[in-house]
Design a protein around this ligand. Sequence first.
Ligand SMILES: [Zn+2]
Length: 263
Amino acid sequence: MVAEAAYYYCRDCRYCRQGFYNLCIRKKSLGYWFDGAFEAYTIAEEANVHLLPDEIDFVSGAMLEPLACCTHAVYDCCHIEAGDVVLVSGPGAIGLIAAQIAKAEGAEVVITGTAADKERLEKARELGIHHAVDIQEEDIKEFIDALTDGYGADVVLECSGSEPGIQSGLELIKKRGYYCQIGLTGKPITFDIEQICYKEIHFSGSMASTYLNWEKGIKLVRQGLVRLSPLLTHRMKLEEWEKAFQMFRRKEGIKLFLDTVQN
Ligand SMILES: [Zn+2]
């Protein structure tokens, strides 16, 4: 079993009634409003629990939440067609998952990072992503132009949440392309909003996930179209949480696990 992070939503507001309880005006999530994420046991509502098929191990099961956020971004907020060139900016866990979904949809996928992302770009290659590009080594504009006859990427999935990542995403996308902002910036940033007008970009954000996004994620993992366990790089005891958070801030590893159950 795996439980969603959405622990409370009202089922009564307009968003809940539309099925978008990720946007519920009264939503409360585990780990923010409720304690319990860093415990061996917690209580979950039956409606937000998903059965893990036998083929999906607990390590992958624990990463279904970021996968569900990515299926929401790709299927509910964006539009990918087979043969599209999809640019994924930022090769962290979210970027590596989003890139795999885009590939599963039949796109040619380019994932970008910097020298600091060496290990993550290598992981992207291991996962079979078509192109993993260090933008400090290669001219990404030339790279995308060569793949698209100079028209630009059909779709941009921005997962870095960085100002340069967002600016270059808007520069590299084609006219009438689909741009989804998945990464959070954590602060106000500056970008050229006129690009959205001039190019008639379909610009969307994405926020969390809903029940069917989880079910879609489970199908993708079950069919081997998305692999989650290779994203696990460090497994630590819960008592080492401070060290794990420091490592995360230093961008060490990809997914760090805190084991709540003592072995
Ligand atoms: Zn609601």
